[in-house]
Design a protein around this ligand. Structure first.
Ligand SMILES: *Cc1c(COP(=O)(O)O)cnc(C)c1O
Length: 461
């Protein structure tokens, strides 16, 4: 019956130097509640079936102090942390998709902590519209006269259809009624917008005549969707965008194209990874194009809508726009990223574009340098082998980019043990396993991470 006596008082605990240090770091209120919680936990523990080994007031106080420190460290730590992406998947959805260009990250840091002219017209000295931001640069890189930016491409498609086709029909090919991932299903999004889905054609073949036969007085738009992470091969047919545009013109119906990835570089289209270029769709006459900001474009999470003035204006003034709009940090990052494209240097300054362009030789040289720095490791052997990186993020389905991989062959442990150890590093190193070996693809590792990665691998035990 002596158990409560060995519990120190909160006042006694607060006198301890280590507790004082905790208060300096986390504030006295947080420390007080952590001390109370740990004291209660110890009181319960002492009367339970497996009491902790405390014999006097000092050992109890030490236990409470340690518990409080752990509890505070757990609570007061961001759960979102940087990781090293060694998977070779460039637009890795689970790893936050596109890393920002340094210029874009700097721009966010410059603008985020202060006031900006987000909705202020500096010439007139009065309220302005946030939708002017990024519009000039988007016009420059896509050729479209007008633009709007929302939270992501799913929102862009939803808003576009709500503004242009709610209560009317949107024609779409059965071959394009896809699920993108994360539960984004084109037919569901179409219905949520209030548009009636008018399916035409078949899964593998849809012709311009199928669209033409479906047009009636309720038709509002022709929707064309990039099938994204999925591909139909063999006996297939899909009209050229220009043919759908010509059909639309005859009936005064706009073509809305969901491009998915938002590729701005011609080099990545034909002969590259085969992703359609936004400017080509605009030039072919699509009334509205929607695409992601953080897939191939390599910018912040955003949904970008570009197109004809009259259509984009209806989209911007739709009530849903208020719910889907983006903040100053997104505009800051997006404008800085677009500027790199406008200046024609994105392929070296925007990480996603740079990673897509890197040759297997370049990646291989880094892999060899890394192998040299961690030679003769106790836990694994290293060698450098050929392999493939992928685009990811639903872009360029099936695309494989030749790369060179650092291969770690564990000596005694399993590859999954090694992979887990890599994940436990700070920053965590995310790698993949193939044939009971761990593969490190430096294509997706930022160059400034090569040194910390080498150090982490060398020190691994
Ligand atoms: C990825 C994708 C979307 C969804 O874009 P988010 O930016 O992830 O919302 C929509 N349509 C297509 C074709 C896509 O590839």
């Amino acid at each position: 019956m002596t158990t409560p006596r060995i519990l120190p008082s909160i006042d006694d605990l607060r006198q301890r130097p280590a507790v004082g240090a905790l208060a300096a770091e986390y504030g006295s209120t947080a420390v007080l509640s952590a001390l109370r919680a740990e004291t209660d936990a110890l009181r319960h523990g002492l009367s339970g079936p497996a009491p902790p080994p405390v014999t006097d007031r000092e050992s109890a106080a030490a236990l409470i102090e340690r518990g409080a420190a752990d509890r505070l460290a757990r609570t007061y730590t961001p759960s979102l942390v940087p990781v090293i992406n060694a998977t070779g998947v460039i637009v890795h959805t689970n790893l936050g998709r596109a890393p920002l260009a340094p210029a874009a990250a700097r721009r966010v840091a410059e603008l985020a902590a202060g006031y900006t002219n987000l909705e202020y017209d500096l010439v007139e000295g009065q309220r302005g519209s946030r939708s002017v931001h990024a519009e000039r640069l988007l016009a420059e890189v896509t050729g479209a006269p007008s633009a709007a930016v929302v939270n992501n491409n799913a929102a862009a498609v939803l808003l576009t259809l709500a503004a242009l086709a709610s209560g009317r029909e949107a024609i779409v090919s059965r071959g394009e009624l896809v699920e993108i991932g994360g539960g984004f299903r084109i037919p569901d999004v179409m219905r949520q917008s209030g548009a009636d889905v008018r399916e035409v054609g078949t899964t593998n073949k849809t012709r311009t005549a199928d669209y033409a036969a479906a047009i009636n007085e309720r038709t509002a738009v022709i929707l064309r969707v990039h099938p994204s992470n999925f591909r139909i091969e063999g006996f297939t047919e899909r009209p050229a965008l220009a043919d759908l545009v010509a059909l639309g013109h005859r009936f005064n119906i706009p073509v809305v194209e969901d491009l998915g990835s938002g590729n701005l570089l011609a080099a990545l289209a034909d002969g590259g990874i085969g992703e359609p270029v936004v400017a080509a769709s605009v030039a072919a006459g699509a009334g509205v194009c929607c695409f992601s900001g953080d897939k191939l474009l390599g910018g912040p999470q955003a949904g970008i809508i570009v197109g004809e003035q009259a259509l984009v204006s209806r989209i911007r003034t739709h009530p849903l726009m208020r719910a889907l709009r983006v903040d100053k940090m997104t505009y800051a990052a997006l404008e800085a990223t677009l500027l790199e494209y406008a200046r024609g240097r994105a392929d070296t300054t925007v990480p996603v574009a740079r990673m897509l362009h890197a040759t297997a030789e370049t990646v291989g040289r880094r892999a060899i340098a890394l192998a040299d720095r961690i030679a003769n490791h106790d836990l694994f052997e290293t060698d450098v082998v050929d392999g493939f990186s992928t685009v990811g993020g639903g872009g360029a389905p099936g695309s494989a980019i030749a790369t060179r991989l650092l291969r770690l062959t564990p000596r005694d442990r399993s590859a999954s043990w090694l992979e887990r150890r890599l994940r436990q590093q700070r920053p965590p190193i995310i790698a993949r396993i193939e044939d009971d070996r761990v593969l490190i693809d430096l294509r997706t590792v930022l160059p400034e991470q090569d040194a910390p990665l080498a150090e982490a691998l060398r020190a691994l035990s």
